[in-house]
Ligand binder design. Structure first.
Ligand SMILES: NC(=O)c1ccc[n+]([C@@H]2O[C@H](COP(=O)([O-])OP(=O)(O)OC[C@H]3O[C@@H](n4cnc5c(N)ncnc54)[C@H](OP(=O)(O)O)[C@@H]3O)[C@@H](O)[C@H]2O)c1
Length: 272
């Protein structure tokens, strides 16, 4: 597995996504993923499956410190009075003393960026999180995040071949912040894409593997594909035995013309 090194952290470049997996499935799939070689798991307060993920990690035959575990503070918990108690509850749910990465899940127009970043830094100082970062923060909000002096290691955002994230990607590269690709296979919409399919056929791979390989050939990009099916776990990380040519990379780069965004709730910020 490729590792991304950033500010002292070493993060497996592909992790397990767990959105919409309820506790019992999250338990089963986390345990199976670790058995299949995953060492990076992404959850969130909002997914209501931290307990299942925590049980899956405990049940797996791998020491806790070998797993890179991320959770995210929900937007309703960003106010000072709610923030740290919510993180303490997450740690209880996950049955662990710390997470490797703690993210702000979404900005919230009712809470100033500087206020929630202060609480995030406090959580890190208390040892609740080794590293901190944000999610769903466009460049205008990242300017505010960086103005607080917070040393963030990632911005977790929607990223796949069908969305245009060029401006954000360039900004993150310039500021030495990784991009964690959520919905990296566009919630299944990369399947059946003719360009991805024809490249996949050449290598005996599928469209998902070509998509993830395209990400792995970029600097400072992590991806957290989700599956609820244990039999798909191994295939989703089997992307390190082939290499896309520059011409194939260019073809995939062209697929973002329609700028397809699959995650866009009413409370989303103004995107780049
Ligand atoms: N920060 C945020 O706001 C945010 C937002 C969205 C997502 N995320 C994170 O990113 C993770 C991934 O994003 P996502 O869950 O939105 O979608 P995704 O990973 O792009 O796609 C998941 C879908 O792809 C299917 N799939 C996975 N592997 C497959 C395979 N080998 N063959 C065929 N179908 C396959 C899954 O179906 P099966 O279950 O049937 O395999 C599921 O329907 C989330 O789970 C979550 O951890 C974060």
């Amino acid at each position: 597995m490729k590792e991304i090194k950033i500010k002292g952290a070493s993060i497996p470049a592909i992790g397990l996504g767990t959105f919409q997996l309820e506790d019992s499935i999250a338990f089963k799939i986390t345990q199976a993923a670790i058995a299949a070689g995953y060492r990076h798991v992404d959850t969130a307060q909002m997914y209501k499956n931290e307990e299942g993920v925590g049980r899956g990690i405990k049940a797996a035959d791998v020491p806790r410190e070998e797993i890179f575990l991320t959770t995210k503070v929900w937007r309703d918990n960003l106010a000072k009075k709610d923030f740290l108690p919510s993180v303490e509850q997450s740690l209880k749910n996950l049955n662990t003393d710390y997470v490797d990465l703690l993210l702000i899940h979404w900005p919230n127009a009712n809470v100033p960026v500087a206020a929630y970043m202060e609480e995030l830094m406090k959580a890190q100082e208390k040892g609740y999180a080794k590293y901190i970062g944000v999610s769903n923060h466009p460049t205008a909000l990242l300017d505010e995040v960086l103005a607080t002096g917070a040393d963030i290691i990632t911005n977790q955002v929607e990223y796949h071949p069908l969305i245009n994230q060029q401006k954000l990607y360039t900004y993150l590269q310039q500021h030495n912040i990784t991009l964690t690709a959520y919905s990296p296979i566009a919630q299944g919409k990369v399947l059946g894409n003719p360009v991805l399919k024809s490249i996949a056929n050449k290598y005996g791979k599928n469209e998902i593997q070509v998509t993830l390989r395209w990400m792995m050939q970029q600097d400072n990009v992590l991806a957290i594909p989700r599956t609820s099916k244990p039999e798909r776990l191994a295939s989703n990380i089997d992307v390190f035995d082939f290499e896309l040519t520059q011409e194939e990379v260019n073809q995939i780069d062209q697929l973002n013309k329609d700028n397809l965004r699959v995650v866009n709730p009413a409370f989303a910020p103004n995107w780049d």
